[in-house]
Design a protein around this ligand. Structure first.
Ligand code: FEO
Length: 210
């Protein structure tokens, strides 16, 4: 047994406490989050939220691919809207990323699938975007159900923001689809909408808004 030396204001103090009697912090209270049994987020919720981070980053890639398509088509207004949407999806991913960390969980990033490419007309692109958002709404619903099953109230509150956001996103894109259908082959109506979407600006809370 040896005494424990502690430095206090430059002076070394020796105590009678045996070093061997002090449990290693790592064994009593692991600091690595994936090893901690006492963390504030459940294993299933953590895994599901990590999966959603991947989905939001994938959505960002999808919109960036749509942006590239419109740039190539010489439609900078639609391209600008898609770029802003890609940024917003990244913000969504980071919102969940921060939540997992705040709840003492372990964020683990996964591979992101390649986004689609080779899109069609503006109407087809926005229809595809709407279909994508409806899928995401289903995912958020699944996460909310899990948060209820696990009685994870903080996750429920966090996910309520996403439930509202999905309503807004579906409505915004659905409105654009309606207007593109109305425009049909009328190029001046199409260019008017293109110019309008090119004026999309950021929102202080959610990032770029629709
Ligand atoms: Fe993050 Fe558009 O869903």
């Amino acid at each position: 047994m040896r005494s424990l030396a502690i430095r206090h204001r430059g002076n070394e103090i020796r105590t009678g406490a045996a070093v061997a009697e002090i449990p290693a912090a790592g064994r009593v209270f692991p600091t690595r989050r994936e090893e901690r049994a006492d963390k504030m987020i459940g294993t299933r919720m953590q895994a599901a939220l990590n999966g959603q981070i991947t989905q939001e980053l994938y959505a960002s890639q999808v919109y960036l691919s749509m942006c590239a398509h419109f740039e190539g088509e010489g439609l900078p207004g639609f391209a600008h809207w898609m770029r802003a949407q890609a940024e917003e999806e990244r913000e969504h991913a980071l919102r969940i990323f921060d939540f997992v960390n705040d709840r003492e969980g372990q964020v683990s990033l996964e591979a992101i699938d390649a986004p689609p490419s080779g899109f069609g007309s503006p109407l087809e692109v926005f229809e595809e975007a709407l279909g994508h958002e409806r899928k995401v709404s289903g995912m958020i619903g699944d996460l909310y159900r899990l948060a209820m099953d696990e009685a994870d109230y903080p996750a429920q509150v966090m996910l309520q923001w996403f439930v509202n956001e999905q309503v807004e996103e579906e409505k915004t894109i659905s409105d654009i689809v309606d207007r593109l259908r109305l425009a049909g082959d009328d190029k001046s109506a199409l260019l008017m909408l293109e110019t309008e979407l090119g004026q999309r600006t950021g929102d202080p809370e959610t990032g770029p808004a629709g």
